[in-house]
Design a protein around this ligand. Structure first.
Ligand code: FAD
Length: 438
């Protein structure tokens, strides 16, 4: 069900020359592995301008902070970035929600929310990504009981194909199809998210975790704290990032040894060879949720910057076997890898979510930026994971055939119907959406 918002004042006609002058110079994604095929990238300054732009443009789709490695955001039509829209962060204390401008970065939203005493339930590894872009691809953090970032969404406002403003809210029958939508239903202008009272987190790193232990004690390791990540380079360095939520009166002190691993005495960067100063504070020092749950700090380059990424989300019960299947390829993986990260994500009901209907373990790979060397290894990993019904992350690189991807999404037919209703003229589609969603 789509609600057309009628309570807006009549629209001012924006000056088209101003919008065109604002065409952005950014032509590639963050990693530089993708040159957008769009003829223009617009950066309107108001929702009115977005509406007008959509109404008068043929093929168009929204662009977030450009952090996807796949061509999910690309188009041969035009792109629209909301980065210049007025900053909107509106807390509804009674409803325990915050409504934010869709183009804002999580880092900007989080600091302001915390100042007002609120928090989001989880964050991805970096605070640099836009809220709408992260939600659209089911971006996730870690934690056995933490759903991905899209599960916090309670409502969206979006510009549809005729430039009309639409609203969809949790409880609407089509809501679970409209949240993780790969930009295919329209340009989302605001996102309303659940909030919880602000909380503190302490994070510690354990060095020298044995990969055999990870396979044998997978569930125990990931149940050990609010959010746990295991990083390995498949060449002898395996570490765990353990993020403990601080409860009132909590005097938690980390064990010097855990799962056969040793408590790190100095801060670490998950990516071998990168400086720890880029990372959020470790060593068990309590601090605000938004400054501990992401691995990387907003004011520094996240990860290594010179990289490619892939990730596969495997049903939780297959995680140890999937881990062993990947371990068997360690000799192939290590030469082209920077680091591999394992995380867990709770099940949800969002049709195109990689954790739709099941708890999952994420097997993430930060590769060297050498596609010729990486792609054959990636195909081997996907073959090894095939028996485990792995879903690829929409925003990262994968080689699976479209039919293999489609068969892993049981609500795909429902999403196709929704797309037909929201976008009958195929204004917001692109090659990626056509390829994988049909
Ligand atoms: C260093 C690094 C670390 C990462 N860490 C994680 C992680 O911890 N967990 C994880 O799951 N992923 C992670 N990712 C992947 C990243 O979160 C996703 O690719 C995410 O989609 C990027 O968001 P973005 O704002 O850059 O969106 P973009 O890449 O710009 O766009 C992604 C999709 O969102 C759509 N979109 C963007 N804005 C809107 C809008 N306003 N309305 C409608 N659709 C919109 C686009 O059309 C496109 O389909 C990481 C990526 C990088 C580069």
């Amino acid at each position: 069900m789509r609600t057309i918002l009628l309570d807006r004042p009549p629209r001012r006609r924006p000056d088209p020359a101003r919008t065109l002058l604002a065409v952005s110079a950014e032509r590639t994604n963050w990693a530089g592995n993708l040159h957008y095929g769009a003829t223009r990238i617009h950066t309107p300054a108001s929702v009115d301008e977005v509406q007008d732009l959509v109404a008068r443009t043929g093929r168009i789709r929204a662009l977030g902070s450009r952090h996807s490695f796949s061509d999910v955001a690309d188009t041969t039509g035009e792109l629209v970035s909301l980065a210049r829209l007025p900053r909107l962060i509106k807390v509804d204390r009674a409803a325990r929600t915050v409504t934010v401008g869709a183009g804002l970065r999580y880092g900007d939203v989080a600091a302001e929310l915390h100042r007002r005493g609120w928090a989001l339930h989880n964050l991805g590894s970096l605070p640099h990504i836009s809220v709408a872009g992260a939600v659209a691809t089911a971006t996730h953090g870690s934690g056995d009981r933490n759903g991905n970032l899209a599960t916090a969404v309670t409502g969206l406002q979006l510009v549809g194909g005729d430039g009309e403003l639409l609203a969809v809210r949790r409880g609407d029958p089509d809501f679970p199809g409209a949240v993780v939508a790969l930009g295919a239903l329209g340009v989302v202008t605001t996102v309303t998210l659940d909030v919880v009272p602000a909380f503190d987190v302490r994070q510690v790193v354990y060095d020298d975790l044995a990969t055999d232990t990870v396979a044998e004690r997978f569930d125990e390791i990931f149940a050990a704290a609010y959010s746990v990540s295991v990083f390995t380079d498949w060449a002898g360095t395996t570490r765990a990032w353990v993020k403990h939520r601080v409860e009132d009166g909590d005097d938690w002190t980390p064990e010097p040894a855990w799962m056969g691993a040793r408590l790190a005495a100095e801060p670490r960067n998950p990516v071998p060879g990168m400086p720890a100063v880029n990372c959020t504070e470790q060593l068990g020092v309590a601090g605000p949720w938004f400054d501990r749950l992401p691995h990387f700090r907003l004011e520094f380059t996240p990860s290594s910057g010179d990289e490619l990424q892939s990730e596969f989300l495997v049903p939780r019960e297959h995680a140890p076997d999937a881990f062993r299947a990947i371990a068997a390829l360690a000799g192939r993986i290590a030469p082209v890898l920077q680091v591999c990260e394992l995380r867990t994500v709770a099940a949800d009901d969002l049709w195109l979510s990689s954790s739709y209907g099941r708890d999952v373990a994420g097997f993430h790979f930060t590769w060297r930026q050498d596609p010729d060397a990486v792609l054959p290894v990636l195909a081997e990993i996907e073959a090894a994971l095939a028996p485990y019904d792995a879903r690829p992350h929409w925003g990262k690189l994968f080689t699976a055939e479209p039919e293999q991807v489609q068969e892993r999404y049981p609500r795909l037919a429902d999403f196709r119907r929704l797309r037909g209703e929201y976008d009958p003229d195929d204004r917001f589609g692109n090659d990626f959406v056509d390829r994988y969603l049909g």
